[in-house]
Design a protein around this ligand. Structure first.
Ligand code: ACO
Length: 377
């Protein structure tokens, strides 16, 4: 049966899912029916990850066990640390993360993805170990020692500690935890779809997550957060925002951190992240990048009016991380270590009624050509 070709599969449902929902006209994002605003206010990243993976908020004993299981699996094997040490230090952290996650699967070779117990432990390991890998790489590439996780610290607190060897201010881990909640899941996006295609072959979850990491790296997806901060630094001063944007629009260049396939209003995550920036600056002083960003948003609204192009999640996240002293090329790995819970939730959901992804194509080439011998071409 012939179908219309939809470039980028825009508007084509690729799955039925009960994990999250976006209302792109009203700017509403819900995880398992709960709005992200409420989760940021009342939940933690680990609890939100549980909600996404298992479909309900945990009871106290369930949350305690989930927390304990994560804490017990945060460490990474010394061979993974050695693998990271062997990678070129100027390489991108997303490539290091992807390589380490693919290698992780070699240590936990359970191939039967119908084994519910095994799947639980795979999810625990991936949620627990991604932050350790990201922090380890961030230090090893500068010749610093890997700092193992500390069992007495919460998820975000521990990550920031492993990165800096210093216990973070409670405000910083709170804000960082909200950032992780906001990045944990987002319906059928490019990296989730990539993981689901891989998962549909019944590949193991380490391979699934490694393929999602690859898709997230691109500048049209998660990689945009890195480019936003570079752009804001290049603009340098709110007074230069207008001329910079006018030039971009004239040259038909895309503004990084703006636009979304689904949202036709400002991304609710961008609004929350903007609030987090302001909370952070109240305690720790302003950031010149933020002032530039606000002006870029104002001018962009004027110049791109009518196109439905507003800030997305990547626009303000980097400003928060930058203020915390996190290096720019780690922003997308931070996205990945949060999004892993969403990827895995889709993996578990799809396994219940798996069907191999094998779409069709519309052939636009020739038929019945003859082979021409090389000396006659
Ligand atoms: N800046 C300027 N113009 C834009 C932008 C932008 N950021 N985004 C879209 N447009 C314009 C396009 O040029 C196009 O204009 P035209 O109709 O005159 O040709 C129109 O809006 C529609 O654009 P499409 O590319 O068809 O829209 P699509 O849904 O494919 O784009 C995307 C979504 C890829 C996110 C796009 O908005 C973009 O490239 N943004 C910049 C990169 C970015 O911030 N990515 C992160 C997205 S969030 C995430 O993945 C975590």
């Amino acid at each position: 049966m012939p179908h219309d070709f939809m470039p980028g599969l825009a508007g084509v449902p690729a799955a039925k899912s009960a994990i999250s929902d976006v209302d792109g006209q009203r700017g509403v994002l819900e995880y398992r029916g709960i709005r992200v605003e409420e989760l940021c206010l009342r939940s933690s990243y680990l609890e939100t990850a549980y909600l996404l993976l298992f479909g309900h908020l945990p009871t106290q004993p369930q949350l305690a066990r989930w927390h304990e299981d994560i804490v017990h699996h945060r460490r990474i094997k010394f061979k993974i640390v050695d693998l990271l040490k062997c990678l070129p230090e100027q390489g991108h952290p997303m490539d290091a993360l992807q390589a380490a996650v693919a290698a992780l699967g070699m240590f936990y070779p359970g191939r039967n993805v119908q084994d519910v117990d095994n799947n639980y432990w795979s999810a625990v390991r991936l949620v627990a170990k991604l932050p350790t890998i990201v922090a380890a790489w961030a230090r090893l590439r500068h010749g610093n020692e890997y700092i193992p996780p500390r069992d007495d610290l919460g998820f975000s607190e521990n990550f920031l500690y492993m990165l800096t060897e210093t216990e973070p201010l409670p405000l910083w881990s709170d804000i960082f935890d909200d950032c992780l909640i906001l990045h944990a899941e987002h319906t059928m996006n490019a990296s989730t779809f990539t993981g689901m295609v891989t998962a549909s072959t019944l590949a193991d979850p380490y391979t699934v997550v490694a393929s999602s990491i690859g898709a997230l790296k691109g500048p049209l997806h998660g990689g945009a957060n890195e480019e936003v901060v570079q752009m804001l630094k290049e603009i340098g001063d709110p007074g230069r925002a207008r001329s910079y944007l006018e030039e971009q629009v004239r040259a038909k260049q895309r503004l990084m951190g703006f636009g979304h396939r689904v949202y036709k209003v400002k991304d609710p995550r961008a609004t929350i992240l903007q609030g987090l920036c302001e909370r952070l600056f109240k305690e720790c002083g302003n950031s010149p990048l933020y002032e530039v960003a606000v002006e870029v948003e104002r001018v962009a609204e004027e110049l791109l009016k009518g196109k439905g192009i507003y800030p997305n999640v990547d626009f303000y996240s980097g400003i928060v991380y930058d203020k915390m002293g996190i290096e720019t090329d780690l922003f997308t790995p931070l996205f990945a270590l949060a999004r892993v819970s969403g990827w895995l939730a889709h993996w578990l959901e799809q396994l219940r009624e798996n069907k191999l992804f094998r779409p069709d194509q519309i052939y636009s080439g020739e038929h019945n050509r003859s082979y021409v011998p090389i000396e006659q071409r």
